[in-house]
Design a protein around this ligand. Structure first.
Ligand code: SF4
Length: 437
């Protein structure tokens, strides 16, 4: 075996777990490729949060049937949240009998031994553990996001939002110790990383299972004390748990970026109750006020969906008015899709697909309008960006300021990984352009 490919679907959590799968495969001396026909091992790291990600995974796996028929030695593995979900491993096996390995999120840390077992025995394997999820902390990581790096601070979720499959496939909340996290971040900074994103399904629950007690703000302060110039970000937060202590911690520590992802999901108190989000529209808006009052110029982004079961026209309008009121710095907008195994799946009052389409078009149009206005406000400012990449298609470098805004500019030398001051000269729609000063 020489080459491998890992295909990722879904969120940052999944992206980071793919880096761990890459680390395991490179430890076995395999080399990364994007070429399906060249790869000796192809791993699909699936996600079930959105129907779209699941559909794409099924399509991509199906497309390998011919390659596998022509090269029986090729190993095809499917892991992640999809097979972890009850009944899905059997479904995958039936639909795609050519898959060699099916493994769950709970089995990621054992992937090396699972692969070896498949090679030694020649037998197809299904490895789905229903036991307590083993945190894959000691697994080697092949990072692909320089100059930024993800660091898991906790796994799982206890919240049971009615549309979400995460608590069923990733289990209950478990936190890593602050000492372990600090050591991982120290090593990343020593190795030249400039931006750390602390990851958890709900970082505000961090530490509830640890003794002695420590909370997420305490952890942020400990990480921010690490020497060196770097930025600290985190996600995701749950509005019910965000508090003044967190806002003050952001305000008082220069390394912590002035931004927060604050997923509202709906602007309607009625729909929020159906979603089991455990906050009302008013409580959410009060926390927005608290964040803006405490942290000067904080950037706030959100997730918001349309078409949740029983969402009336009035409930949908509440989401529009909320967007207009808050004026988010960015919003991930999406259409509710049924996830079997969740409470919302069983609810009555599912919304017609055509109505969902009309609602998402209106929601996206409104957020675009807000984005354009906010982009214009940047013109004339000078901001410090951390340069992420050179985009060959448009010929610009792209960096982000501490508020997370993407800024494009030219440079004659390679500046990826550098902090630079950039003066904003133009806002073209939602895209922002500048010049190095
Ligand atoms: S907080 Fe809600 S949406 Fe987020 S992972 Fe937990 S159950 Fe899912």
């Amino acid at each position: 075996m020489k080459y491998y490919k890992v295909v990722t679907y879904g969120c940052q959590m999944n992206e980071h777990e793919s880096e761990k799968l890459c680390g395991i495969l490179e430890n076995l001396n395999l080399i990364k490729t994007d070429d399906d026909s060249l790869a000796d091992v192809i791993v699909f790291n699936t996600c079930t949060i959105r129907e779209n990600a699941e559909r794409r995974a099924y399509g991509n796996i199906g497309a390998l049937k011919k390659l596998k028929r022509d090269n029986k030695e090729k190993i095809i593995a499917v892991g992640g949240c999809l097979p972890q979900q009850s009944g899905k491993a059997e479904d995958l096996k039936e639909k795609f009998p050519f898959i060699d390995i099916i493994f769950g999120t709970h089995n990621l840390s054992e992937f090396e031994s699972i692969l070896k077992k498949r090679l030694d025995t020649g037998k197809k394997l299904i490895e789905i553990s229903r036991d307590e999820y083993k945190m894959p902390c000691s697994v080697p990581v092949k990072r692909s996001t320089y100059p930024s790096a993800y660091v898991n601070v906790m796994y799982g979720c206890n919240n049971f939002c009615t549309y979400c499959i995460v608590p069923y496939v990733r289990g209950r909340e478990r936190s890593r110790t602050p000492e372990e996290i600090v050591i991982e971040v120290e090593n990343l900074i020593k190795n030249g990383y400039k931006e750390i994103t602390l990851l958890g399904q709900n970082v505000d629950s961090y530490g509830k299972d640890l003794s002695p007690k420590v909370d997420f703000s305490d952890l942020l302060k400990m990480v921010a004390r690490i020497e060196g110039k770097f930025r600290l970000r985190f996600m995701s937060n749950h509005p019910k748990d965000v508090n003044l202590k967190l806002a003050q911690t952001i305000r008082d520590n220069d390394k912590i970026c002035n931004c927060i992802h604050f997923p509202v999901q709906s602007g309607s108190t009625e729909v929020l109750a159906l979603m089991n989000r455990r906050y009302t529209r008013k409580e959410y808006l009060d926390k927005i006020k608290m964040l803006r009052r405490t942290v000067k110029d904080i950037a706030i982004t959100t997730d918001i969906m349309v078409g949740f079961p029983r969402e009336s026209e009035k409930n949908f309008k509440d989401s529009l008015t909320l967007l207009n009121k808050v004026k988010y710095d960015g919003a991930f907008t999406f259409v509710y899709s049924k996830r079997s195994g969740t409470k919302a799946y069983e609810m009555d009052g599912h919304i017609d697909e055509e109505v969902k389409k009309q609602r998402i078009v209106k929601l996206v149009a409104l957020q675009n309008k807000i984005n354009k206005k906010l982009a214009k406000k940047y013109v004339g400012k000078t901001v410090e960006v951390l340069v992420d990449e050179f985009n060959e298609d448009c010929g610009y470098y792209m960096g982000r300021d501490e508020r997370g805004k993407a800024i494009h500019f030219s440079s004659k030398t390679d500046v990826v990984g550098q902090f630079l001051d950039v003066k904003i000269t133009k806002a073209d729609g939602i895209s922002i352009y500048g010049e190095i000063v």
